[in-house]
Design a protein around this ligand. Structure first.
Ligand code: SAM
Length: 242
């Protein structure tokens, strides 16, 4: 269980375990722990799709620091980052959450309900790009967390730039793609490579090229300040400037 709470490749296993034992596990909300266990029981190794505990705590801190009230989550799975967000928002905060997969959302829903934050959440089961298109000109967000189809990150970014208030923050997950961005696709960790090769249209196969391209694109986008944070699988923060 412990190894699924954080997956950064940037430091040694001993240091990773230290971070986990010292500052993550003692402070992780009990219902987040339960949600993670339920995800592991239902999805096995795919539980790694959830954000790790140290990244969850980072997102929670960030939301509180920027006083976020209206947030958008693109890619929910069983809701680890969603529950983290809902817990971090003030009582009158709202999070709009989009995912194609309602079944996975319902695995985490009992923990969201037990935490008493279900009223803050509007879950929309749909393809994210089409929902974002419908929201343009209607909604404004303080914070957006993007963790869905990596091949669509450019498309999400164009829409998010119009949905985020000026000064608002968008966080893109998995921007280090298991450490492989600094290497070639063939150097993906074995567990990812074998899964990628099973299905060339898969999340795992397409992720590498899409993320490498997206990182280069963000670095040249004058509409945002950026900071690539080496936590979890890499999170790039972008603050909208114009
Ligand atoms: C990495 S998981 C999200 C993990 C989540 N943030 C968490 O902490 O548990 C990616 C999710 O994106 C969803 N997804 C993929 N493509 C999508 C799309 N085009 N529109 C909406 N959701 C999508 C998948 O169904 C999956 O649940």
């Amino acid at each position: 269980m412990a190894e699924s709470v954080t997956k950064t490749l940037l430091h040694s296993e001993a240091l990773q375990q230290y971070i986990l034992d010292t500052s993550v596990l003692p402070r992780e909300h009990g219902l987040l722990k339960q949600l993670r266990t339920a995800t592991l029981e239902k999805y096995g190794h795919l539980c790694e799709l959830s954000v790790p505990g140290d990244e969850g705590m980072f997102l929670s801190m960030l939301l509180k620091m920027i006083n976020a009230k209206r947030t958008l989550e693109i890619g929910v799975f069983t809701g680890y980052s969603l529950l983290t967000t809902a817990l971090a928002l003030p009582d009158d905060g709202k999070v709009t959450a989009i995912d194609l997969d309602r079944e996975a959302y319902e695995v985490g829903l009992p923990f969201i309900e037990k935490a008493g934050v279900a009223d803050k959440i509007n879950f929309i089961q749909s393809d994210a790009l089409s929902v974002l298109d419908q929201m343009l000109g209607q909604k404004e967000f303080d914070f957006v967390f993007v963790d869905a189809d990596k091949a669509d990150y450019r498309g999400y970014h164009e829409r998010v730039m119009r949905l985020l208030r000026i000064g608002g923050v968008v966080a893109y997950d998995n921007t280090l793609w298991y450490g492989s961005v600094a290497k070639g696709h063939e150097e993906l960790p074995e567990f990812l490579r074998s899964r990628a090769m099973e299905d060339v249209s898969s999340y795992f196969y397409n992720g590498h090229a899409a993320i490498v391209d997206f990182n280069e694109f963000l670095a040249s986008d004058p509409r945002v300040d950026i900071s690539q944070v080496p936590i979890g699988d890499g999170v790039t923060l972008c603050r909208r400037l114009q």
